[in-house]
Ligand binder design. Structure first.
Ligand code: TMP
Length: 208
């Protein structure tokens, strides 16, 4: 595959969207073809699954149903959007990917990593990000920031306990896969965070 697959991870409100947009602009200024996408979502079928996943009316959803729906949305997104873009040679920037399912479903909900990886295996079909930015922000600040932004979705309604487990899980995953996952302190200014990300992308794209 010719393209480059970069994902952004973190708790809600960590500033992933802003940073993805900044990075996309800078890459486009260098005439790179960039595709911005997000999970759950990124194509019509996956966006419909997103609506079910985030609907605060669906509080009765079981952790396994939740994990399967995230994987189903991912499967369609990989098939319809990500793989074709990488095959064209695009740089794909994606807001969340498998690490979100590991942080939220495996550790946050307590399903365990083995089950969540098995559920996701057919969805990924061997695909994994070349580079991942984990925008690290304390669970409490994260919840405060996202509460200010919009009405809470079903996962935000799960509260601080889930966010804390998710933050711990991200930290652990980043330590374990330090070659792929770059930890960025999300409490810094937008400009400083962007520079950190840009330097890491430059290192990765040398020779790309
Ligand atoms: P977003 O608000 O960043 O778009 O993500 C929606 C919510 O879905 C967010 O609370 C994180 C959660 N999520 C999971 O729990 N597992 C996943 O695999 C993904 C992609 C997102």
């Amino acid at each position: 595959m010719k393209g480059l697959f970069i994902t952004f991870e973190g708790t809600d409100g960590a500033g992933k969207t802003t940073q993805m947009q900044r990075l996309a602009q800078r890459l486009q200024a260098q005439c790179r073809a960039v595709l911005l996408s997000r999970e759950p979502g990124g194509c019509p079928i996956a966006e419909q699954i997103r609506t079910v996943l985030l609907d605060p009316q669906n509080m009765a959803m079981s952790p396994v149903t939740e994990a399967l729906l995230y994987a189903a949305a991912r499967s369609q997104h990989v098939y319809e959007v990500i793989r074709p873009a990488l095959q064209r040679g695009d740089i794909v920037l994606c807001d969340r990917f498998l690490d979100s399912s590991l942080a939220y479903q495996a550790y946050g909900r307590g399903l365990g990593e083995d089950l969540v990886r098995r559920i996701n295996e057919p969805a990924l079909d061997g695909l994994q990000p070349d580079l991942t930015f984990y925008l690290a922000l304390g669970a409490a600040s994260s919840l405060r920031r996202s509460e200010k932004r919009s009405a809470p979705d079903r996962l935000e309604l799960a509260g601080l306990d889930l966010q804390q487990k998710v933050s711990l899980a991200y930290g652990m995953l980043a330590q374990r896969e330090s070659d792929r996952i770059v930890v960025v302190d999300a409490a810094q200014s937008i400009e400083r965070i962007h520079e950190h990300i840009w330097q890491a992308v430059l290192r990765k794209t040398q020779g790309f």
